[in-house]
Design a protein around this ligand. Sequence first.
Ligand code: SF4
Ligand code: SF4
Length: 424
Amino acid sequence: MTSPTPVKVTDRPSLDKELLRIADVCHGCRRCFSLCPSFEVLFKGLDVPEVDGDAGKLPKEVLDGFVDLCYECKLCVSPAQCPYVPPHRWMVDIPHLVLDARRVRGAESGIPLRERLLSRPDRLGALSRPVAPVANFVNTLPVARWALEKAIGVHRRKSLPTFAWQTFTRWFEKRATKAPESPVAKVVLFPTCSVEWNRPEIGKAAVQVLERNGVEVAVDYPHCCGMPYFDVGDVAAAQEARRGLVAALSGWVGKGYTVVTPGPSCSLMMKKEYPWLAPGDEPTARLASATRDLCEFLMELKGKGKLVTEFPKAPASVACHLPCHLNVQRIRHKASDLLALTGAKVTVVEKCSGHDGTWAMKTEHFEESMKVGRKLFDGLLEAKADVVASDCPLAGVQIRQGTGHPVRHPIEVLRDAYGLAPEE
Ligand code: SF4
Ligand code: SF4
């Protein structure tokens, strides 16, 4: 029998102790039985006769599998799912325990090359942007994908994000942007690495929609928020990213700007994970409380009666994915609420895409990730909607692969509904 008292993870012995403690609590609860592959491995391991429910007898392979199969969706720390999440004294927080496990492993044997490469979207983007058409073409060649799989373990059949030849911030710099004389609000748009390097059209639509609503828009992209480092357990790099972003964006916050971001994982990182990384740090806390997800911000405008609600070109129907990382922020249905304002029939599908950072790209996880995403793909297809939308650009890549349907960010759908033509 293990003690229910939480253990601070600093090294391998404390990590093993904490993993066994959590396994024991979860064994007594079992509520997450079918939530994800991690729990399936854990509960199967607990049920074999040699273990017979005694977490202390769990073999190392089961605990390693539990950690490896976690793709950080964070559904198990939703208070609606788990009654024992902090501040409950049992402090069940599996996503952070998994990050601790990856940090300890990294300290023991280094962070593997694949994780180091995939967790640096700015470096990948800077290398690929000048040759974007070639890079995108090469990524479709079976021989190139075979080589990539052999070299670093990126699954050959995984659809990858494409690169844009012009970054979003470059587009914004060149654009003649005029601040409204009496803005209803002032925002600094932190576009995220996905929008900066891969999907600038999302950022362009965000600028157009914000301006349509009389919002003054500035753009600042110092670098990636650090979520990819965090995911692979490179906590030192995640801390550096936090410090860089806090330093860069604090000036805007001090001048009364709201920090708005169109990426669910990035808003989660800035609002929830930065304060976890730097508890008690005031500039970090100020940035966290000034940050809004893009659709959350627009619904706040709506709540103040300041959102323009004339939509001359609304789609008839939209199937809208609710990403896990919005769910865990308790933002939930803001995108679908916005889209419903256009008069479109909106079907929300609240299922995990299984992409989660770079997890789905890995050779050993790709097949599992498509299995995880199946319920989402089926739900979106069953809606038979004109448009499929997801706030998360990476989930969009996964949904497109799983359904064959193009996926748009809700802000692009909203821009079109306003009757605004896409800007080049
Ligand atoms: S964070 Fe998601 S993948 Fe990880 S254990 Fe919790 S539910 Fe499973
Ligand atoms: S994470 Fe919480 S809800 Fe899920 S099995 Fe463990 S104790 Fe139960």
